[in-house]
Design a protein around this ligand. Sequence first.
Ligand code: FES
Length: 361
Amino acid sequence: MNSQPSEKRQAVRFAFYKLDGAWRRLPADRQAASKLEFGEVIESFHGRLLLRPYGLVGIRGDCDFLLWQVAENLDALVALQTALNRTDLGAYLGLPYSYLAMTRRSIYEFPEDPNAPSRLVIRPSDARYLFVYPFVKTRAWYGLPKPERQRMMDEHVRIGRKYPSIRLNTTYSYGLDDQEFIVAFEGDEPAEFLDLVMELRESEASSYTLRDTPTFTCVQMSLWDMLDTLGGAGSVQAVARRPARADGFTPVATLPELPPGTGKRVYAAGEAVALFNVNGSIYAISNRCTHARGSLSEGTVDPARCAVTCPWHEGVFALETGQVLAGPPSLPVPTYQVKLEAETVLIGPAGAHEPTVAPRS
Ligand code: FES
């Protein structure tokens, strides 16, 4: 096996949490406050790691939600879990499953697939479901000659390509964690995934699987929707209860939280809003891409065009007007008025507006 020390890899963690039922007996105000705190801690890591929440309430009994975390190094994963442990909600959360892995190029050769994403960079799609399991092969597999393994992998890939709507993310855990791989499939149809897995069971390579359980079927949802699957007071209502003022403006962030060139998701009147700092000018647009609900605050800002590119299918929106500049979206996103008071960023009603310029420090 070649070592490829020069390739840049990402650290990936699948952390499955279970809520202690005692939390549901707390007063509603404390439940709302603890959801808000937990959500804001997660949001504060925006830019340091990519994080996708998924719900498992109603699907599995031993865990309630997944935080799929992708970072440049292990330190960011440690920092996130440490911060979550310090929250009020964190005191009521168990961690029944946690899997660590890294991106890596495959040692097998696969015919070119122009739509295949780079295996070194994880880019979650907008698929509704994520199917995750740890995976271990038998030692006999590693004793087979490489061409024989390649032949079996080719069959495996051929079957996979019969289900083009299912997207595979394989990450590697050798030496880092108990399993050898973490396999994460994305798809919109659980029935299609079931058929794929049934068909794969008949492949030759399948007889070399030692373990591929437990299996998690996870539902992608916004952070606040995921928190609401836990029960208790609604987090969206809690977010909406942030103090709004008589002039219609709501304080949502401070300038140090929004350095030039960055975006941040905030909430005002129960709506998710994406804030951007472009060379000191602050813009606010709806966070939800009009194409397939991508989170625009996680998009890439282009200061030259004063635009943001959606992280999911590269739709481009003008930050001043919300108009579509490129890509699949056909509808613009609403824009919001922005006001600065000292270092506080406030959001007002939706509508066209001039950018608000941050004072130079
Ligand atoms: S969700 Fe498809 S371009 Fe944004």
